[in-house]
Design a protein around this ligand. Structure first.
Ligand code: BGC
Length: 346
């Protein structure tokens, strides 16, 4: 086991961006301290060849405001907040509406465009931290956030912790896109996925949850039994058509939120790689890369459905939907979230 640190690149203002590679005899992950970002994740395929299964870039420049959030840590409150506004303790807050001037998406890109403090914790873990000042992008509280990336055997774990000096909302996630055949390979339509959810959140024309919590039964969102992602994407179900694919929160069943039963299992036949995702979060946003385009690592071309983002998190726009599990964190209280990615071959 080892953690290797090198200078990855420099930001336009000259600050150094560091890359940490955490390796054991099974897997290897590289994280950079710009945006607390997962840049590479090497896991063995069925022929014991190492495959890098996440999207990323070769330099820091394309990571700045990339709008695709390759591998980034998203905070202070990920996903969409309707009209970029909410009320807490009787006080209204106006957030930056970074998405078409209509919604606040992914915390208005705050956490993911910051250089985090970073350090090697031991031979298998790296810690990154960031303090979000009170009022930044409109969010209340000085929020101290920590991200710990670690590996153990065939497990890659991401832990987030945060504490605020004012009551606030916190919802942190990692925005890695996966392609289990390698980041530079075709699309994820043949990936077989199962999701431990009986319900999902339909969204409105701005991709904000309507407030309804719908059953997956008789819809393309029914992944209770594993099926190819392509089957759902091809459907002409209105919620799928309007998003050009899946871009929805799945409401995880209680039993799959305790880190013992997988929330998602994703598998790909050619590589034989199977990834099981365990989390303590209430939901998972699945985004099938419906509008992806451009270039990633090693000039790989990225297009629609090239990868699937699996974002364990609290429900989107929870603060404006009192019936959803809440993401309010009281002053001085600790927020924490853990997600584990377990790799096997079949
Ligand atoms: C959202 C998508 C958005 C994407 C940005 C995802 O988390 O759910 O709607 O387009 O991030 O790349």
């Amino acid at each position: 086991m080892s953690v290797d640190c090198r200078i990855f690149d420099r930001l336009p203002d000259g600050r150094e961006v560091k890359a940490y590679t955490i390796t054991n005899d099974i897997i290897s992950v590289e994280v950079i301290d710009f945006g607390a970002t997962v840049r590479c994740l090497f896991v063995p395929d069925k022929h014991a060849r190492m495959k890098d299964i996440v999207f990323g870039y070769d330099t820091v420049k394309p990571y700045i405001n990339d709008g695709k959030y390759f591998g980034k840590t998203i905070g202070q409150c990920c996903n969409r907040i309707k009209n970029g506004e909410f009320t807490l303790n009787g006080k209204s807050y106006q957030l930056e509406k970074n998405e078409n001037g209509k919604t606040c998406l992914h915390g208005a890109d705050e956490y993911c465009n910051k250089l985090w403090q970073s350090e090697k914790l031991n031979d298998y873990a790296v810690k990154m931290s960031y303090i979000s000042p009170d009022g930044e992008k409109g969010f209340p509280g000085n929020v101290k956030t920590e991200a710990i990336f670690s590996i153990d055997g065939n497990v890659f774990k991401i832990e987030y912790k945060a504490v605020s000096d004012k009551d606030t909302i916190i919802n942190l996630t990692n925005h890695s896109y996966f392609n289990l055949n390698g980041y530079n390979h075709s699309d994820i339509c043949n990936h077989i996925m199962s999701v431990c959810a009986r319900k999902y959140l339909p969204t409105d024309e701005n991709n904000v949850p309507t407030g309804e919590i719908e059953s997956v039964e008789n819809t393309p969102f029914d992944f209770r039994i594993a099926k190819p992602i392509g089957e759902a994407i091809e459907s002409d179900f209105e919620q799928i058509k309007k998003c050009n694919g899946i871009d929805h929160n799945f409401c995880l069943r209680q039993k799959c939120r305790d880190m013992n039963v997988p929330a998602i299992i994703l598998a790909e036949g050619k590589s034989g790689i199977k990834m099981s995702v365990y989390t303590d979060q209430t939901g998972i946003q699945i985004y099938t890369g419906n509008f992806l385009d451009g270039t990633g690592k090693n000039s790989s071309s990225i297009s629609k459905y090239s990868g699937v983002a699996i974002e364990a998190q609290g429900y989107p726009d929870a603060i404006n939907n009192p019936d959803f599990p809440q993401v309010i964190v009281k002053s001085g209280e600790e927020y924490s979230s853990t997600t584990k990615f377990v790799f096997e071959t079949m």
